[in-house]
Design a protein around this ligand. Structure first.
Ligand code: NAI
Length: 333
């Protein structure tokens, strides 16, 4: 029986993978800690190692994995910015991803962040439970007729656009690889980032993190945006320069920020840190704004997505062990 060692697992991962594994019959070894240089030797003889968004698979870690006999690094997520693909290729470690497990889940979460921040239901919830039924500070705006600017027009962005158009929002988009036929058919207007900043009332980041777009949303970009712009990030934390965002929020240039991802999330997200003080000053400052909503990289977290993640990940392993075509292989560009 082939063994797969999982890093960074939580109860919900273990439950879901165990259930779907009944169809596959692998031996699943679960480690709770994220993959790092400290624990990369704990692969327990497995040829396949499974990781998630905040595990570290840089050259150093991959080299240790290779020494342990690991041949497959299988990501149970879509993004692979945490993997040094060039190093993996040089070491002869194959890398697979789950390209799409539920674009609906992420798009719907982005909308949840937007609606909460606009209609301030996060504040109303606390107020009414405390017997405070006053409305001051809770005024939102109609989404109808406003303009959303979306970075990326891939799977998640398209779902998001479909939902936002249901509210009557006009859609601008920027994508370095525009799909003009899609845009024509779906009433989406491709514009430059500059035009998007100048015209959008709401900006959503639905693109991958690459070398080129780290700190895409920086002080210069924020200065070009409409005053009071809403920024929603369900992409990756480093797409936003956090210091610049905080400054934008302080000055009122940014009206609200919905963040499912955060630049330095690795030390906090997916863990209960409530017994400690927050020593990350940027995170603490963000949490102090009543117009910022942070969720802990949970946009993917629906039943449907988890089942799809588990099934596709285990199928990727099966394809690898059986030497059939690796449909979901990720290669260095
Ligand atoms: P996709 O590959 O279907 O689409 C990505 C699109 O972004 C492509 O059209 C690509 O051309 C475009 N793009 C690349 N660089 C860009 C740039 N600099 N500016 C604007 N567009 C750019 O990917 P999908 O499935 O839509 O996912 C997008 C991202 O969402 C993932 O890469 C991942 O980082 C993030 N994600 C977050 C999750 C969460 O739980 N918060 C879960 C799943 C994905």
């Amino acid at each position: 029986m082939e063994k797969i060692t999982f890093y960074g697992t939580h109860s919900y991962d273990r439950r879901c993978f165990a259930q779907i594994n009944e169809e596959f019959g692998f031996e699943l070894c679960n480690l709770r800690s994220f993959l790092s240089t400290e624990n990369a030797r704990m692969t327990q003889g497995a040829r396949a190692v499974c990781i998630f968004v905040n595990d570290r698979a840089d050259r150093e870690v991959l080299t240790i994995l290779k020494e342990q006999g690991v041949e497959l690094l299988t990501l149970r997520c879509a993004g692979f910015n945490n993997v040094d693909l060039k190093a993996a290729a040089e070491l002869g470690i194959k890398v697979t991803q789950v390209p799409a497990y539920s674009p609906h889940a992420i798009a719907e979460h982005a909308v949840a962040l937007l609606l909460t921040l606009n209609r301030k239901t996060h504040r109303a919830y606390i107020r009414t439970r405390d017997g405070n039924f006053a409305l001051h500070g809770l005024m939102g705006f109609d989404l109808y007729g406003k303009t959303a600017g979306i970075f990326g027009t891939g799977r998640i962005a398209r779902e998001l656009i479909r939902i936002l158009q249901g509210f009557g929002l006009k859609i601008l988009a920027y994508d370095p690889y525009p799909d003009e036929a899609y845009a024509r058919e779906h009433d989406v207007t491709y514009v430059s980032p500059e035009e998007l900043y100048a015209r959008a009332d709401i900006i959503s980041l639905n693109c991958p993190l690459t070398e080129q777009n780290r700190h895409l949303i920086n002080a210069q970009a924020i200065a070009r945006m409409k005053k009071g712009v809403f920024i929603i990030n369900t992409g990756r934390g480093p797409l936003i320069d956090t210091a610049a965002l905080i400054e934008g929020l302080r000055s009122g240039q940014v009206g609200a920020a919905g963040l499912d991802v955060y630049e330095d999330e690795r030390d906090y997200f997916y863990a209960d840190r409530s017994d400690n003080v927050i020593t990350d000053d940027h995170l603490a400052r963000l949490l102090s704004f009543n117009n910022v909503l942070i969720t802990s990289h949970q946009a993917f977290f629906t039943e449907e997505a988890m089942v799809n993640i588990a099934r596709t990940t285990l199928q990727n392993c099966k394809d690898f062990f059986e030497h059939t075509e690796l449909k979901n292989e990720v290669k260095a560009q």
